[in-house]
Ligand binder design. Structure first.
Ligand SMILES: Cc1ncc(COP(=O)(O)O)c(C=O)c1O
Length: 391
């Protein structure tokens, strides 16, 4: 018999727990790549929460909407006709799924030794989800140093390729500073060595296509070695969590990780880590796209980048150092030499004042999302000025 255990569970006050949380609406969250979802997207998301993309016989319309979203994202990056993709729980799931497909496709090749681990090359700047994938898939990570521009060091990558290498990862919009790897060179390296390239554009995928000089970054399936790309819609795509995205150049990668579900109507095939997965973020993104279109997203991206540049300029005037000029809406800064605060102390004191930043690679990192306006940044600068005066 199952006992009622509710009396033995320590009761907590739900409201007082929730009051401890920060709110995106304050505009003061500068440590996160997520933000308040766009209001229409939020409303639509709630309506379709229970839709299940894992059960397409029940939700054929939502399944088509997922494909429509992949089509919209695919158009930014010249995804070929035979391309396909998935809307997943986030960038981590998308990266893990991409590595899974590459591993399964490549391990069929007889050129690799089966008594040694297969290797993935990724820059030191790669997101930790790549490490998770390596661990789950029994692979070996060959971590490539980055240059002073915080981009993969191509020469070092070249020297690190071995007969066990099965794939290369590049990043478009690094988690730390928003930098982008030299994708043309990465593509050449992969073509010379017959290797598949995966690009993690979890954050940058909804930013770079909207820049006036987007073409300069070569974030496109025109790169012939590019087999997959992560593009999240719950970051700058402004739909509620969870909303990741994975694009594949062709269906063979999706098929490499396909399983049939014998107990569901129609015996659907799944190539996802999760079985049941909500279609709400796909529906929300599709509607949001109809409302805002390319221009609407572009305006928001421009606003975030202008705000980032404004903050950078103001901090430089105050003696802060900016190791790399921001190219998108992520900024890394170092505290002035004359300050008696250490970087860690300054980070902590900003949190104490309700401004959340993060510390990455010995820099204070600010992510300027749509919820943070110019007025918020002016308030932040007043706080910083007061702190500097108090020293
Ligand atoms: C470049 C990059 N890839 C992947 C991820 C993981 O995304 P998620 O947190 O949605 O799993 C992040 C998150 O910050 C990221 O910056």
């Amino acid at each position: 018999m199952i006992e009622d255990q509710s009396s033995s569970v320590r009761r907590i006050n739900l409201n007082s727990e929730l009051e401890k949380d920060f709110s995106y609406t304050t505009g003061q969250i500068l440590s996160s790549m997520n933000c308040q979802a766009e209001k229409n997207a939020r409303e639509i998301f709630i309506q379709y929460l229970e839709s299940n993309l894992g059960d397409p016989a029940l939700f054929p319309g939502t399944k088509n909407i997922e494909a429509y979203v992949i089509g919209i994202l695919g158009r930014f990056f010249d995804l070929p006709e035979n391309g396909t993709g998935l809307v997943l729980a986030g960038g981590s799931e998308a990266n893990i799924t991409a590595m899974w497909a590459i591993r399964n496709n490549e391990r069929k090749k007889t050129t690799h030794s089966h008594s040694h681990p297969l290797e993935i090359l990724a820059p030191q700047s790669a997101h930790i989800s790549i490490n998770k994938a390596i661990d789950l898939l029994n692979l070996k990570l060959v971590s490539i140093p980055v240059t002073d521009k915080y981009q993969i060091d191509i020469k070092k990558a070249k020297r690190s390729i071995s007969s066990q290498t099965i794939g290369v990862v590049g990043v478009a919009g690094t988690t730390a500073f928003g930098t982008i790897d030299p994708l043309l060179e990465l593509n050449e390296l992969c073509l010379e060595n017959g290797l598949p390239l995966h690009i993690d554009a979890a954050f940058g995928g909804m930013v770079f296509p909207f820049l006036p000089n987007s073409i300069d970054y070569n974030l496109s399936f025109e790169l012939k070695s590019l087999v997959s790309m992560t593009v999240d819609i719950h970051k700058m795509g402004r739909v509620p969590i969870p909303g990741g995205g994975l694009l594949w150049r062709d269906k063979s990668y999706a098929q490499a990780i396909e399983f049939t579900l014998p107990y569901l109507a129609g015996h659907p095939r799944q190539n996802t880590l999760s079985g049941t997965r909500s279609g709400a973020s796909s529906v929300a993104f599709a509607y949001l796209w109809e409302i805002l279109g390319f221009k609407g997203f572009q305006t928001e991206v421009e606003r975030c980048i202008q705000n980032t540049k404004f903050l950078a300029g103001e901090l430089v005037k105050r003696g802060f150092k900016i190791p790399n000029d921001p190219i998108i809406n992520i900024l890394g800064v170092q505290i002035p030499d004359f300050s008696s605060f250490s970087q860690e102390e300054f980070h902590k004191v900003l949190w104490d004042h309700g401004w959340t930043t993060s510390l990455v690679n010995s820099a204070l990192r600010f992510v300027i999302m749509p919820a943070t306006s110019r007025e918020h940044l002016i308030k932040l600068l007043h706080v910083i000025d007061d702190l500097m005066k108090e020293e």
